[in-house]
Design a protein around this ligand. Structure first.
Ligand code: PLP
Length: 359
């Protein structure tokens, strides 16, 4: 067996320890005589799994007690409309920070439901920089302010949490959740798709303060947070296997020492990669230094042809998926929690070698 280093932005690399444990527990989970994916979501084994996963998530992220935790199918994309349908009712208005592709998608979805505007839009600088607090034009009458903390395609990370006074803050943390500690109490609602730092694709977690809910007059049952809250994520069949894997990932994080340790590891990995790229005379990075992502390192040689050659030659050496999103040119190394330092070191060595051979 040989495993590659997978730099995909999502679905993405998983901790090997998690995959091994899932394999060990595949045929007979905890003496149940069946796999987790075969069991009733209302049976006693699964009931313990989902309860423990929520508890683990609360522990790892230090989620205050007055926040609900939900597991919902449909990925982060469903949350773009769910957020609007469940929160816009208060004033009918909302502010969106557009700093990349997904926040732009969220904004376009929000527009369908109310009087939604941008409080900043970095399209004109190709989303290379996050505006400062005084560059956010906030409406005190907004039902919420929405932003995306880590911009997966553009490789930027908000270096601060926006101050919105009494306007609830809604954040898409799909590509940075669990990458560092976060003060949950600053947010009204946090959501994240699972397939970057949490587990397999197919669901999102939502962490929310119930008092911010203000649903529109018509909300489909599945998209109604209140229904998910009332049914404790069991309104219908939850994404059972994914939630179980998230539990294994959380155990792995706790075993490493929690999010403080994870953050240190992520800072080390990204620093090694950025340093190599900064010293390079062939490659350049795209994101402004003030807001570089710890998770998605976006770079390029400036030539599509050389970038393609880089992707192909890296793949031949067991480093996969280094091309950026189909909507963007250039290269991207996604180095989520599960990417070991050895993977980054191997990539750095390869970058240096490629540079020597192609300059
Ligand atoms: C991947 C991603 C999404 C989309 O997630 P899906 O689960 O595919 O819907 C949304 N926002 C961010 C920041 C992402 O990285």
């Amino acid at each position: 067996m040989s495993r590659v280093y997978n730099f995909s932005a999502g679905p993405s690399i998983m901790p090997e320890a998690v995959l091994k444990r899932a394999a060990e527990e595949m045929l007979d989970y905890g003496g149940s005589g069946m796999s987790v994916m075969e069991m009733s979501h209302r049976g006693k084994h699964y009931n313990k799994i989902i309860t423990d996963v929520e508890e683990s998530l609360r522990e790892v992220l230090s989620i205050p007690e007055n926040y609900k935790v939900l597991f919902i199918q449909g990925g982060a994309t469903l949350q773009f409309s769910m957020v609007a349908m469940n929160l816009l009712g208060r004033t009918g208005k909302a502010d969106y920070a557009v700093t990349g592709r997904f926040s732009s998608n969220a904004f376009n979805e929000g527009k369908k439901f109310g009087s939604v505007r941008t409080c900043c839009d970095t399209s004109d600088i190709n989303h290379t920089k996050i505006p400062a607090q005084n560059g956010l034009f906030l409406d005190a009458g907004a039902s919420y302010m929405h932003y995306c903390m880590n911009n997966t395609i553009f490789g930027t990370l908000w270096p601060y949490i926006p101050e919105t006074s009494s306007v609830p803050l809604v954040c898409d943390m799909s590509s940075c959740i669990l990458s560092e500690p976060v003060d949950v109490s600053r947010f009204g609602l946090i959501y994240a798709g699972a397939q970057k730092n949490m587990g397999p694709a197919g669901f999102a977690i939502v962490i929310l303060r119930e008092d911010i809910l203000a649903p529109l007059p018509v909300v489909p049952a599945y998209m109604d947070y209140a229904i998910h809250i009332k049914n404790e994520s069991m309104y219908n069949t939850p994404p059972t296997y994914g939630i179980y894997i998230l539990g294994l990932v959380l155990d792995w994080i706790k075993g490493l020492g929690g999010l403080g340790t994870i953050k240190t590891l992520n800072e080390k990995k990204s620093a090694v990669l950025y340093k190599t790229l900064d010293e390079s005379s062939l490659f350049h990075t795209k994101a402004d230094k003030s807001c570089r992502s710890l998770m998605n390192v976006v770079f390029s040689t400036g030539s599509d042809e050389l970038d393609d050659k880089f992707v192909k030659s890296a793949a031949a050496e067991g480093m996969l998926t280094l091309k950026n999103h189909r909507s963007a040119n250039g290269l991207r190394a996604s180095i989520y929690n599960a990417m070991p330092m050895e993977g980054v070191e191997k990539l750095v060595e390869f970058i240096r070698k490629f540079e020597r051979e192609n300059i």
